[in-house]
Design a protein. Sequence first.
Length: 199
Amino acid sequence: MSNNTQIATPSGISKIIPAILSHPEPLIDTTLIAGMLCYVIRYYQNVGISCLITHNNGEVMVSVGDWSGRTIDLIDTKDPLSLIATNFLQKHAKRLISISNAAGVKQAIYYFTFDADILTLVDIRLSLNKFLGPGMIRDVFGKVFDTQQILKVDSMTDQLLDQIKNKSGNYSNGVIIKPSRFRSIIIKDKPIPLYVEIQ
């Protein structure tokens, strides 16, 4: 771990999401998760659409963007994501608003990957530096949306990390590893989710 890197504590969480925010790129340093209880998740591309939903005194605001933090213009027919975003809003926004309201989530960005027209919910950002854990996403939203495929929940021992790196068994297509309790890491004064990617 470099001098510019440290594990962030849960304190000091910013509660404001100003707009659609980019989805963070996973890290590749497995020493950061060594010994931690983690979810081992089937690899997914760091690309998709995001949906910011804000509940405020009975009013609901919805914005749709890509994973780079760009808001999608729904009337721009030249934007290849415009149709995907429109279809997403028509088919899924109402349910997402209902579930988020029932779960007491006042504001969040929901990140979906898409593969062969199948949308999969992989992350929920509650604030600038706080995401829901994979287990909570599965338990609360998994009955309504496809969620990330969890291959294993275990302590990140050297033996398990070697199996993953050697792509044995279920790990042959790569994985993304997320701690069971959300953690962020500070790199150059910027909090980044402690997600590790092994392809």
